[in-house]
Design a protein around this ligand. Structure first.
Ligand SMILES: Cc1cc2nc3c(=O)[nH]c(=O)nc-3n(C[C@H](O)[C@H](O)[C@H](O)COP(=O)(O)O)c2cc1C
Length: 212
């Protein structure tokens, strides 16, 4: 019987998933990703870490062919968006990140339930908001969620492609979102590979890491 907690096996399985994942540029048309698998990867997104626990993301799952086609056009015509079984658009909250918003109050209260702690945290956030680009910060959190989505997909043998090449306003139009309360962080196409991927290109750790 396999020991599910054998550290060597867990390491191997995780690395296998990382090797399996690649930016898939052509999906098998017509091969569906099952709903339970979509929900599995979304759960991986939901459980992602976020700065101040603000859960900066929202996920829009596109499976409808006409909506997917509009999305493909909004993503510079990239074919993998069209052949994907499902496309997850990761939206970054923007309006709700204003320090005086109900959303920020709700989320920060979870981090600091007592009145004094909450007031201190909100004060810190007000200061942070004055000195940082909240939109870029929010998008960065969404990329963490998107990474977990793609890794979770790889764990269950589902291929993915992160798509940053899009017209943000065209993506929102394709989704029928008019409010402009959120910005588009990343588009993630999901499906099953049509071809084997090219050899992985990565710099060696020796060029990336310093120990001090
Ligand atoms: C934020 C981000 C945006 C990306 N945008 C696109 C894109 O628009 N179209 C595309 O084909 N690949 C896109 N990629 C995939 C990269 O090109 C790919 O990850 C990189 O070349 C390494 O290849 P690999 O993921 O297969 O190892 C994007 C990757 C990231 C992380």
């Amino acid at each position: 019987m396999m020991d599910d907690h054998d550290p060597a096996k867990l390491r191997e399985h995780f690395l296998q998933a990382l090797h399996f994942r690649h930016a898939c540029r052509a999906f098998q048309p017509g091969r569906r990703v099952a709903q339970e698998d979509i929900e599995y990867v979304l759960e991986a997104g939901r459980l992602s870490p976020s700065s101040l626990g603000l859960e900066h993301w929202r996920f829009v799952v596109v499976q409808d062919p006409a909506c997917k086609e509009a999305l493909r056009e909004a993503c510079m015509g990239q074919a993998q968006v069209g052949s994907a079984s499902a496309v997850i658009v990761v939206l970054a909250r923007e309006q709700e990140l204003a320090p005086d918003s109900d959303y920020v109050a709700r989320m920060l209260r979870r981090e600091a339930p007592d009145a004094a702690g909450f007031a201190e945290l909100l004060d810190f956030y007000r200061h942070f908001a004055q000195h940082n680009d909240l939109t870029a910060w929010s998008i960065a959190q969404c990329h963490i969620a998107a990474t977990n989505i793609m890794t979770a997909a790889a764990v269950i043998g589902v291929d993915s492609c992160p798509i940053g090449g899009f017209s943000a306003s065209a993506v929102l139009d394709a989704l029928g979102i008019t409010s402009r309360a959120d910005v588009v962080a990343l588009v993630v196409a999901l499906g099953y590979r049509e071809h084997e991927p090219p050899a992985r290109q990565r710099l060696p750790l020796s060029e990336l890491v310093e120990y001090r």
